[in-house]
Design a protein around this ligand. Structure first.
Ligand SMILES: C[S@@+](CC[C@H](N)C(=O)[O-])C[C@H]1O[C@@H](n2cnc3c(N)ncnc32)[C@H](O)[C@@H]1O
Length: 189
């Protein structure tokens, strides 16, 4: 469920925006499964026929995701590998992918997403997006690695050919520049 009282919240807005696409999606990727809240959201809002890939490099995180989404385990593949290896795992075209970058709240901050692997993973996802498929990325520039990661990511996303992808960004204008924000990339051709 999305709390409508906080619709401007970056993650809530992104989740609301992707609901129609999720309803039609057949292949969905959570590139950063973490504690499984996003994977659960994907599972709850996709059809029974759809398949979900949930990636994380931390075994404990993936176990939390497995537990949280146990009701949907039959159609979720839990992948204990870096999302930078996504193309080795996901053979199908992707209808919807989500990256919720950064580190797991309450866990070791050193295990955060990194600009090189994030970029590789996003490139692989975009290369596999189906027509009108979308990739959403929530960036957290409030910590140093996250700030650099967002700069690199934005440079890449802004350079994508407009005839193939539409790229948007949602940012809270009256919050700190370090507040989280989100990119939406849609394949249009
Ligand atoms: C902000 S958390 C994700 C929150 C999560 N989606 C949830 O609903 O709880 C970021 C996650 O990315 C994972 N991560 C970091 N580098 C990764 C990589 N190269 N491949 C896959 N996951 C990675 C971390 O282990 C962490 O669990």
């Amino acid at each position: 469920m999305i709390d409508v009282q906080t619709v401007s919240n970056v993650l809530n807005l992104i989740k609301a925006a992707i609901l129609p696409a999720l309803a039609k999606a057949e292949v969905v990727v959570d590139a950063t499964a973490g504690n499984g809240y996003d994977t659960l959201f994907l599972a709850e809002n996709t059809a029974d026929r759809s398949k979900i890939y949930a990636f994380d490099i931390q075994e404990a995180a993936l176990n939390n995701t497995r537990e949280r989404t146990s009701a949907y385990a039959g159609r979720i593949e839990y992948v204990l590998r870096s999302h930078a290896e996504l193309a080795d795992v996901v053979e199908e075209d992707i209808d919807l992918a989500i990256f919720n970058l950064g580190y797991l709240p309450g866990q070791e901050h050193a295990v955060t997403t990194k600009q090189e692997s994030t970029l590789l993973a996003v490139q692989q996802v975009l290369g596999k997006l189906s027509l009108n498929g979308a990739c959403v990325i929530v960036a957290y520039p409030g910590h140093e690695a996250g700030g650099q990661e967002a700069v690199v990511l934005e440079g890449f996303l802004a350079s994508l050919p407009r005839k193939d992808y539409t790229v948007g960004c949602y940012r809270l204008l009256n919050h700190a520049r370090t507040a989280p924000y989100a990119y939406i990339v849609e394949k249009v051709r």
